[in-house]
Design a protein around this ligand. Structure first.
Ligand code: PMM
Length: 276
């Protein structure tokens, strides 16, 4: 991926009834399209359209249902000139999404859920986000066992990269993602953020998806110890964005674009030591 002047902002449109923070809000096709356009107005560089919830414990949707949710939204946003990515673990969905205009494939399973994915991405010639993943949502909690999370995530990502390269995806199309919250407990997520430089040593751009995740709410409990709800963790998300951008992240994936678009600009000015 080309080096960008600043960290990119990927805005999320979950066309699902059950995603963790925005499930049901953009399930209707027109609402999803309007929301994608609004995210661009707020400063999103890319809009990530997904049709399958990956919240812990979520059941899978059928291929037909996933296609019906994402393809019309991607086609409509592409017609409006919006750069769209598709958030899917299925090669057939990635293929249909690219045909509908998607410019990037974001695969939370890093190719593990569907072994045909890398080949589809290679043929499509689009960037491929390979996320660290250990299993589907219904049992990912049991897989959150690490002796040294940064070393293990790094090694497992490096193995995924080898396989993806062997399937023909060019090196310069690969983006890596530590997969915050996916088979990770809060302490694992913080270790991975603190260890971003060790992940960057693999030599690929990094995407960070911390937005509204539970580990932020757990860090900021109310006076009675109850974790803060995701609906009030957008400020914490923007703080992670500023720090991740300053640490060299290529892109952040966020639900509320405005404050995060500001945060990446602040980080860029800080890094440059100037506003231009
Ligand atoms: N997180 C979610 C969905 N897709 N994609 C990438 N690359 N990285 C992530 O961390 C990620 C993702 C889950 O978030 P949501 O369901 O709350 O949008």
């Amino acid at each position: 991926m080309p080096a960008e002047e600043r960290c990119l902002v990927m805005g999320v449109v979950n066309v699902t009834p059950d995603s963790f923070s925005d499930g049901g809000q953009w399930f209707d096709e027109d609402a999803a399209i309007r929301h994608g356009l609004e995210l661009v107005r707020q400063g999103a560089d890319i809009v990530d359209v997904g049709g399958e919830s990956t919240r812990p414990g979520a059941a899978r949707v059928s291929l037909e249902e996933e296609l019906a949710r994402v393809v019309p939204v991607i086609r409509a946003l592409d017609r409006e000139g919006v750069p769209v990515s598709v958030d899917t673990m299925r090669a057939e969905v990635a293929q249909a999404a690219v045909e509908a205009g998607a410019k990037l494939v974001n695969d939370v399973s890093g190719g593990l859920a569907d072994h045909g994915m890398a080949r589809v991405v290679a043929a499509a010639g689009v960037p491929y986000v390979v996320m660290h993943w250990r299993g589907h949502s219904h049992d990912m909690e049991s897989r959150a066992v690490y002796a040294d999370v940064v070393t293990e995530v790094r090694e497992e990502l490096a193995k995924r990269v080898d396989l993806v390269l062997a399937e023909g995806v060019p090196e310069n199309q690969i983006v890596l993602d530590p997969g915050l919250g996916f088979a990770k407990h809060p302490e694992h997520n913080w270790s991975l953020l603190a260890g971003m430089d060790r992940l960057a040593e693999l030599g690929y751009p990094l995407l960070i998806g911390a937005s509204r995740k539970r580990f932020l709410g757990r860090l900021l409990p109310g006076p009675d110890g109850t974790p803060r709800p995701f609906s009030r963790s957008d400020d914490a998300t923007a703080a992670v964005t500023a720090l991740a951008a300053r640490a060299g992240a290529w892109c952040v994936r966020v639900h509320r674009v405005g404050p995060n678009a500001d945060a990446v600009r602040v980080a860029a000015a800080w890094t440059r030591g100037g506003s231009r």
